[in-house]
Design a binder for this molecule. Structure first.
Ligand code: AMP
Ligand code: TRP
Length: 342
């Protein structure tokens, strides 16, 4: 495995992407954002990217994508990412992603794109809705690989669901390097120790996702405290009045215990012994989530009142990102046989 690009004595580089396809949720916060702010930005040279181009692979509303992109960037900053320490930027403002994506399409095969589970599932869903499937939904993994490879990324801390895409990125990097010479760092997938895999409060069999149509079981970071309480207090449990931590048999109760534990520290198993009823557990979980989000909401409100400041951060972030990505993407263009630019 060749790791020349950017690795010489450099700090570990990590890349994380958030798609602006919905309001960020308690799941995003506990599963990713909090750790990015508390740990990842300090342990590595970290890039946090609002991957807006990825929001265009399914039918989209331009105004909504614009709004959600700004909101996601603002929330990343509100959650504690410090632009003095890490790089926060928007994908579409750095052309290198799209340039490299084309080379990835020229490296990947049609078959391996069609085999991606996420494509099969989403394409089937779009077809059931009677819509047409955008070509970009199929080629999405090429852009995603470009996101990662453009920066000489060493680590991509993502949840389990995303692991196949990082695996494909590794394969494309290895294949490209073998064909055209050492150009890309082959990234590692790291499974970050996740505080919680937060489940939908109305459907504890599935993950709490930001793109869900039904939001009664989805807590958003920017929900009003009253809405957070209402959603948590109405969480589906199982009719048994007492509290025990049995994730298989009692997924709804286990989810609340895991959320409570993740918010305040502690072990779900031990917390189960502290609550006499599911009602009391819900009250405690609701309060813990509201308190955890209070400073984030306050900081978000401050930043949102001054969009010029957020834009300036994003502009500076994009500029740094361009400086990092362009030389490697230029090198890749030359490696495949395209004439040098300058
Ligand atoms: P996504 O919402 O799919 O763009 O994911 C952004 C990040 O949040 C990824 O690192 C996910 O692993 C994480 N994430 C999303 N939903 C959840 C969830 N319900 N529980 C824990 N982590 C999550
Ligand atoms: N695929 C991620 C999602 O579904 C977002 C994403 C795009 C990403 N490119 C990435 C994550 C690169 C990590 C690294 O939300």
């Amino acid at each position: 495995m060749n790791e020349w690009a950017g690795a010489k004595g450099a700090r570990t580089r990590i890349f994380c992407g958030v798609r602006p396809t919905g309001h960020l949720t308690l799941g995003n916060y506990l599963g990713a954002m909090r750790r990015w702010a508390e740990v990842d930005q300090y342990r590595a040279d970290a890039l946090f990217c609002v991957v807006d181009l990825h929001a265009l692979t399914v039918e989209h509303d331009p105004a909504r994508v614009r709004r959600l992109s700004r909101q996601a960037a603002t929330l990343l900053l509100a959650s504690g990412l410090d632009p003095q320490v890490c790089t926060v930027f928007v994908q579409s403002q750095v052309d290198a992603h799209v340039r490299l994506s084309y080379l990835m399409e020229c490296t990947a095969s049609d078959g391996e794109m069609r085999r991606m589970l996420q494509y099969k599932e989403k394409a089937a869903r779009e077809e059931r809705r009677g819509g047409s499937v955008r070509l970009s939904l199929l080629t999405y993994p090429a852009l995603r690989a470009a996101d990662i490879l453009a920066y000489g990324t060493h680590e991509v801390p993502v949840g389990e669901d995303q692991a196949p895409h990082v695996e494909l990125t590794r394969e494309l990097a290895v294949r490209f390097n073998r064909r055209y010479g050492a150009t890309f760092v082959v990234p590692r997938t790291v499974r970050p120790p996740v505080a919680a895999r937060v489940k939908d409060l109305q459907d504890p069999a599935s993950a709490m996702g930001k793109a869900r149509a039904r939001t009664s079981g989805v807590v958003h970071v920017l929900d009003e405290p009253a809405a957070v309480r209402r959603k948590v207090l109405r969480a589906v449990t199982d009719g048994e009045p007492d509290v025990s931590y049995e994730p298989e048999r009692r997924p709804g109760v286990a989810n609340l215990l895991e959320v409570l534990a993740a918010c305040g520290g502690g072990e779900p198993q031990r917390l189960a012994g502290e609550y006499g009823s599911c009602g009391a557990l819900k009250e405690a979980a609701a309060e813990a989530v509201v308190e955890m989000f209070r400073p984030v909401r306050a900081r978000h409100a401050e930043l949102a009142a001054d969009p010029g400041q957020v834009d300036a951060v994003l502009r500076a972030g994009a500029e740094r990102a361009r400086g990092l990505a362009e030389p490697r993407v230029d090198a890749a263009f030359e490696a495949v046989g395209l004439l040098p630019r300058g």
